[in-house]
Design a protein around this ligand. Structure first.
Ligand SMILES: [Zn+2]
Length: 257
């Protein structure tokens, strides 16, 4: 058994037995880990509220060789995101951010840039005005896909590398933008506007905080988020669903109606 110190963000929790939980963290140094927090549901548990969803804490855990489930020994809150947790709409956006990591990141595979991105998106969601939320989440999804190896090609045609003309398509299977000649080869290609393509490149390249301040959700952001939603569903495979994303899309459609 070995002892490890790191910090991590709570992605999911599940009750086991009377008073304990299994907590899935995305940690800075070890990637995604699962740990048992014994007695964490008792009223005076030493873990306090540090195991709530989205909370970032410093952690100490024990690891047994060849086991996927570790034992959490201590956790101290670094960011509680109290303002985020009070707002149901923000909760819906933050849920997509953490579920994307949970679903698309393999087990214990350290990815510090992704850890920083997840930390940053939760902060930006907490700070965002309502009309900035979709910009923040859409930019996050695009950046996140790049950090886990699914980043779409947005400069030249993903099949023939030629520059994209005045009409462009996004290939959900090909994983990027397609030119007029190639789009027919991807049965799941959808047309994408020049405005959306240009904004996607900005979302990919600029820091999230600046994007949040510079843009508000409009039809172009919606076009991008619809394409990315379909792209993610295509790549997580048969029957693959990001539950929180389906929920967010239904909620968003209802509120725009
Ligand atoms: Zn092409």
């Amino acid at each position: 058994m070995s002892i490890h110190r790191t910090q991590g963000i709570v992605l999911r929790t599940r009750k086991i037995r009377e008073s304990s939980r299994i907590v899935v963290f995305f940690t800075r140094d070890y990637g995604k880990i699962s740990a048992v927090a014994k007695g964490s549901l008792r009223p005076k548990s030493k873990f306090g509220s540090s195991l709530e969803l989205f909370t970032r804490s410093s952690l100490i855990f024990y690891r047994k060789e060849n086991r996927d489930l570790h034992t959490l020994s201590h956790s101290d809150i670094l960011s509680a995101h109290k303002d985020l947790k009070k707002d149901v709409v923000k909760l819906a956006y933050a849920s997509v951010a953490v579920e994307m990591v949970e679903r698309l990141v393999p087990g214990e595979d350290p990815n510090k840039p992704l850890y920083q991105l997840l930390d940053s998106v939760l902060k930006q969601i907490e700070l965002a005005e309502r009309q900035q939320l979709e910009v923040v989440l859409t930019a996050y999804v695009l950046k996140m896909l790049h950090l886990v190896g699914y980043g779409p090609e947005l400069t030249g045609c993903v099949r023939c590398s030629k520059a994209i003309g005045d009409k462009a398509w996004f290939g959900l299977v090909s994983g990027g933008v397609l030119c007029r000649q190639c789009h027919g080869q991807d049965l799941n290609a959808v047309e994408i506007s020049q405005e959306a393509l240009e904004l996607m490149r900005k979302y990919e390249g600029e820091p999230m905080e600046e994007l949040r301040q510079a843009y508000t959700a409009d039809a172009v952001t919606r076009e991008i988020s619809d394409i990315l939603g379909s792209f993610v569903r295509t790549h997580i495979g048969e029957g693959g669903k990001i539950k929180s994303l389906e929920f967010l899309e239904r909620m968003r459609d209802a509120s725009y109606a």
